[in-house]
Design a binder for this molecule. Structure first.
Ligand SMILES: [Fe+2]
Length: 642
């Protein structure tokens, strides 16, 4: 057998007689609140934002959840320094945010914010495959406080998040339709909005609504990536005023999202108006459109919607300004809020219905070049609903609100309109060849449903539709240009090699404090960090993994590695792996324990290709004469293959 030897090290530690006390830290006075997980610039990032009562140096600590032991972060956990500033006077305190970067795919992470000695509770999120299909959820106007009862609004909001994520636990993004709160500067409403723990587990992609714009609180609470905070993108043209604004973009897997501050729509108010947004969207798509397969725009003020705001003069301005630009830029879908009712538009091209024959409620839509689908979300919280309004004689294109010739009760631009006074959310399935957009009920007429509890009507159509039932579903099949689009998905390469690695984060193998057995000996136990072995060679040649441990040391105190024994195991079978035999602690048999090289696992000539995970239970027994201390040793791992 030819020895291809590589080595790695596992640190082992054991404390004797409670010798390793955690040093006490000075108390940090900062109170941490309003923690929210936000979307990052792409799928490998997240942004965490929070409030602090004190202006101290803070950070986010992050580690794969698998490396936490008894809730404790490993010594080598990553940290990301936070930045931020003072809040406006009405908010009080300070804001902080940090960008978590270089995340790995398919990983469950734990994180907490603060500083040594003053950490927040630990929260968790997971990443998934960084390529391919995924689902995201879109939530219209939670607008906490709109019903007049913040607690009831919060209950409905909490329930929609719970229901939607119970049904879609692998959804990757929570996209906002704007109006997080009723009153921009009222922190108690922000506290209620931020209360659901789901907002610390799934990334929120914030959108600014007309109820969020009048204070800095929106920006203080919801830091966003790639944000242009220049004057034209603020309604009053004053980024330093006590208002919020700015446009931002991010790419999440195959979708380029561009999120606009639609509060700024006319230059007369001081900002750059719709022109500035179109310039921004044009720039972003020119620079980054080719990096994604889809382009989704998000902004608050629906230009095609079915209810109270459908005829607003400001929306008519946007309805003239935006659609041709969006068609020319190849936007696929636009997600909107503000009208607290659900609508899905026909295919709209250059501000008119593209295909006069498109039927109301069609289950499949095949937009041609320039075709855009506009979706408006209903209330996600139940705090407020707007009733559907009637078409008029103002025309059936452009700024007009005329009737659909195919469905005279509907506006000309809407394929589907719905208002039942029931909470809903929009689920979007991103697939390589289609987008599936569904409006899903997250409640019924029953509580929590604040607006209805406070006297509004409620009427399922048809009656008694349960939570999770579908209001509308449409599959959007994209225009692929004049040629034939061909896609192939390439998986991770399976190298024809033998290799091994320590699984996940190679944290300290901490055996804790050894137990005293009647003064005769101390005993401690634990597990090595598992070893992943993969062998895809054609030769099907044998392999083996072995290890030995150094002496345990604490300063000039020491005891022999021979006192460590183990019981190897195959945790996940593959690659023909078999576990090597147990080795007793030298305390038991006066042998050499793991102080000499011992097998962990092996495979015979002709074994199957594949991957195995090997582990071992550690058994340490040391004489009662060993002195108190915190001892460490190194386990050296060696692989042999021919
Ligand atoms: Fe609104």
């Amino acid at each position: 057998m030819v020895a291809g030897t590589t080595a790695a090290f596992l640190g082992l530690a054991v404390a004797l007689g409670g010798g390793l006390a955690t040093p006490a830290s000075a108390a940090d006075p900062a109170t941490l609140s309003g923690i929210i997980l936000g979307v990052g610039a792409n799928e490998t990032q997240r942004i965490v934002t929070w409030y602090s009562s004190a202006d101290t140096a803070q950070k986010v600590q992050l580690a794969p959840t698998a490396t936490l032991a008894n809730g404790e972060f490993p010594a080598g956990a990553a940290t990301f320094d936070a930045i931020g500033g003072a809040n406006i006077a009405t908010s009080g305190g300070f804001n902080r945010h940090a960008t978590l970067a270089s995340l790995q795919e398919q990983t469950a992470y734990s994180y907490r914010v603060g500083a040594e000695g003053n950490w927040s509770p630990t929260y968790s999120f997971k990443t998934q495959d960084f390529e391919g299909d995924y689902d995201f959820l879109f939530y219209g106007d939670p607008q906490i406080g709109a019903s007049g009862d913040v607690a009831k609004d919060q209950a409905g909001w909490q329930d929609t998040l719970d229901v939607s994520l119970a049904a879609n636990p692998n959804a990757e993004l929570l996209v906002s339709g704007g109006d997080q709160v009723e009153t921009a500067g009222t922190e108690s409403q922000w506290t209620a909005f931020l209360a659901p723990d789901k907002l610390r587990q799934y990334p929120w992609a914030a959108t600014i609504g007309n109820h969020d714009v009048g204070s800095k609180a929106y920006e203080q609470h919801l830091y966003t990536p790639n944000t242009d905070r220049s004057a034209p993108l603020y309604a009053n043209g004053q980024p330093t005023s006590n208002t919020s604004g700015g446009d931002y973009w991010y790419i999440y897997k195959d979708v380029l999202f561009i999120d606009l501050n639609s509060n700024s729509y006319r230059t007369a108010s001081g900002g750059g108006g719709d022109e500035a947004h179109i310039a921004y969207v044009t720039d972003v798509i020119n620079q980054h459109g080719a990096e994604a397969k889809w382009t989704v725009l998000v902004y608050h003020h629906a230009i095609y919607s079915p209810a109270d705001h459908a005829k607003d003069s400001d929306n008519k301005v946007r309805r003239v300004d935006f659609p041709t630009a969006f068609s020319n830029l190849g936007v696929d879908v636009v997600l909107q809020g503000h009208d607290h009712s659900y609508s899905r538009s026909y295919e709209i091209k250059n501000g008119a219905k593209a295909n006069p024959g498109e039927q109301p409620g069609a289950a499949d839509v095949f937009p041609g070049p320039g075709g855009v689908i506009y979706v408006t979300g209903n209330s996600a919280s139940g705090s407020k609903y707007y009733d559907i309004t009637a078409p008029d004689n103002s025309g059936t294109s452009g700024a007009g609100n005329g009737a659909d010739p195919l469905n005279p009760n509907s506006y000309w631009y809407n394929s589907v309109q719905n208002q039942e006074h029931v909470r809903t959310y929009v689920k979007v399935q991103v697939r390589s060849d289609k987008l599936v957009v569904e409006n899903v009920r997250s409640g019924t007429c029953a509580a929590p449903n604040a607006a209805v509890e406070r006297g509004a009507w409620c009427n399922n159509t048809p009656a008694n539709q349960p939570v999770g039932s579908i209001v509308d579903s449409v599959t959007v099949h994209p225009y692929q240009g004049d040629g034939q689009a061909i896609q192939v998905n390439v998986p991770n390469a399976a190298p024809g090699e033998f290799g091994w690695t320590i699984d996940g984060y190679n944290g300290l193998v901490n055996l804790g404090t050894a137990e005293d057995h009647n003064g005769d000996y101390f005993a401690a136990a634990g597990h090595i960090n598992p070893i992943v072995v993969s062998d895809n060679r054609r030769s099907l040649a044998p392999w083996s993994i072995s290890a030995s441990v150094s002496d345990f040391r604490d300063g000039d105190k020491t005891f022999s590695g021979a006192y460590l024994g183990w019981t190897p195991q195959v945790i996940e079978a593959g690659a023909g792996a078999q576990a090597s035999g147990s080795v007793a602690s030298g305390y038991d048999d006066h042998g050499q324990g793991l102080s000499v090289s011992r097998g962990l696992g092996w495979a015979n000539q002709g074994h199957a290709k594949g991957t195995a995970r090997l582990g071992a239970d550690l058994d340490l027994k040391i004489p009662g004469s060993v002195e108190k201390g915190g001892y460490r040793a190194t386990l050296t791992i060696t692989a042999l293959s021919s």
